[in-house]
Write a protein that binds this ligand. Structure first.
Ligand SMILES: NC(=O)N[C@@H](CC(=O)O)C(=O)O
Ligand SMILES: [Zn+2]
Ligand SMILES: [Zn+2]
Length: 432
């Protein structure tokens, strides 16, 4: 099928028509050729397809919360053409076969490229390294490794993992949280409010000490570390310093940490329970500034669906995590673009180009995060930058309903998503 996108603003810069056929961009400019389908993109912004470094798809094991198919639908609706599927499934993605299973489920769903993340340690137990080499050499070609949900707390294990992945250009994505500073019942940010609410918390420094340790381990090993879901101003300071030293560190921030703050907890609504926890406004400000100046490389959703019976509990007992895929672009548009902190080229950089490069998905047989240019694979996201959205959790295509954005007014909306020339989303709804 051929598709003509008429008069779009490419990355918010130049206006052009884009003709797509056979999976690739065929023409950019003033296109006179006829296509099977034409989309009028006057006033709309065309971006390279979004890439999420941090998605929980829950399959295998918790298909009541999300499956690869339902999570792929949520990703497509959110403008994503590739997602990295975290390893904390049941069983854990800690072998080559397990990685290939997730990869194959993604191919079957066919809506977005699902790239499995491999566990760093067997069963996420933090002790023995998982089959890193076999996962890397498997059909799934795993390059990102993470025990996400848990921190690789043992410095010796982290050092070995960094040394190991260096051989094949891999990266360790760390859930930075020192368990000795976060007690077993801790459920929110430790501060004045947690004291008042009587909720056990953990402090920002539990994150910062691990970020600091890991950048030093990256320097020592000459390897590459990625900081998942950065949430504090202190972590930003450490990352800024490390980058200035030439240490190979990258970092991501979630949409929720860019907008939501700790005070939402005063209603004890477990929808707002997440790890790392929502932080005070000073941290949120620092995260926005760091994303704008490139200290934080990428936005990643940490889409963490949970079934009702795991989430609807007293705050201390509820599961950690919130939905993110379908709303990420709208949140970033509202927080960063509307306020002049990022332009659309900056959105393309932080939600597509950099994440693709970090994950090693910018090259190979199915590349993402590429320029919108002739000959490149047609992975594209079409955005209405002016659209006013009121989020309704009932509209979600995710299987879960733990949506922290319910009832929020946001500006900017994904209208179409195109995976290798084929629309997965048109007019804001699934096209297949
Ligand atoms: N973010 C969360 O609060 N939860 C994640 C785990 C994680 O990202 O640490 C989950 O798997 O539910
Ligand atoms: Zn995590
Ligand atoms: Zn996560």
């Amino acid at each position: 099928m051929s598709l003509l996108i008429k008069g779009a603003s490419l990355l918010g810069e130049t206006t052009a028509d884009v003709l797509v056929a056979d999976g690739k961009v065929q023409e950019v400019g003033s296109v006179t050729a006829k296509a099977d389908r034409t989309v009028d993109a006057d006033g709309l912004v065309l971006l390279p397809g979004l890439v999420d470094l941090h998605t929980h798809l829950r399959e295998p094991g918790r298909e009541d919360a999300e499956t690869v198919l339902t999570g792929s639908r949520a990703a497509a609706v959110g403008g994503y053409t590739a997602v990295l599927a975290m390893a904390n499934t049941s069983p854990v993605t800690d072998t080559g076969e397990a990685a290939e299973r997730v990869y194959d489920l993604g191919r079957q769903a066919g809506l977005v490229d699902v790239q499995p993340v491999g566990a760093v340690t067997k069963a996420l137990a933090g002790e023995e390294l998982a089959e890193l080499g076999l996962m890397a050499r498997s059909r799934a070609r795993v390059r990102v490794f993470s025990d996400d949900g848990r921190c690789v707390a043992d410095a010796r294990v982290m050092r070995r993992a960094l040394e190991y992945v260096k051989a094949f250009g891999g990266v360790v994505s760390q859930h930075s949280q020192d368990p000795s500073l976060a007690g077993p019942t801790a459920c929110c940010h430790e501060g004045e409010l947690s004291g008042r609410l009587g909720l056990p918390g953990w402090p920002g420094v539990a994150e910062e000490v691990i970020v600091a340790r890991d950048v030093m381990l990256a320097r020592h090993t000459g390897s590459r570390v990625h900081v998942a879901h950065v949430s504090t101003a202190g972590s930003v300071e450490v990352i800024r310093w490390a980058k200035a030293q030439g240490i190979d560190v990258t970092a991501e921030v979630t949409p929720h940490h860019l907008l939501l703050t700790t005070d939402l907890l005063s209603g004890y609504d477990p929808t707002f329970k997440v790890n790392p926890p929502l932080r005070p406004a000073e941290d949120v400000e620092a995260l926005r500034a760091a994303l704008a100046d490139g200290t934080i490389d990428a936005v990643a959703t940490d889409h963490a669906p949970h079934a009702r019976h795991d989430k609807e509990h007293a705050f201390v007992d509820a599961a950690f995590g919130m939905l993110g895929l379908e709303t990420a672009l709208s949140v970033v548009s509202t927080v960063m673009v509307e306020r002049g902190l990022l332009d659309w080229a900056g959105v393309a950089r932080t939600m597509s180009e950099r994440p693709a490069r970090i994950a090693g998905l910018d090259h190979g047989d199915r590349p993402h995060g590429r320029p919108i240019a002739v000959g490149e694979p047609a992975n594209l996201t079409l955005v209405d930058p002016q659209a006013k959205v009121v989020v309704d959790r009932a509209d979600s295509v995710s299987l879960s309903r733990n949506n922290p954005w319910h009832d929020r007014k946001l500006t900017g909306r994904v209208l179409a998503t195109i995976l290798r020339g084929e629309p997965t989303v048109l007019e804001g709804a699934l096209a297949r």
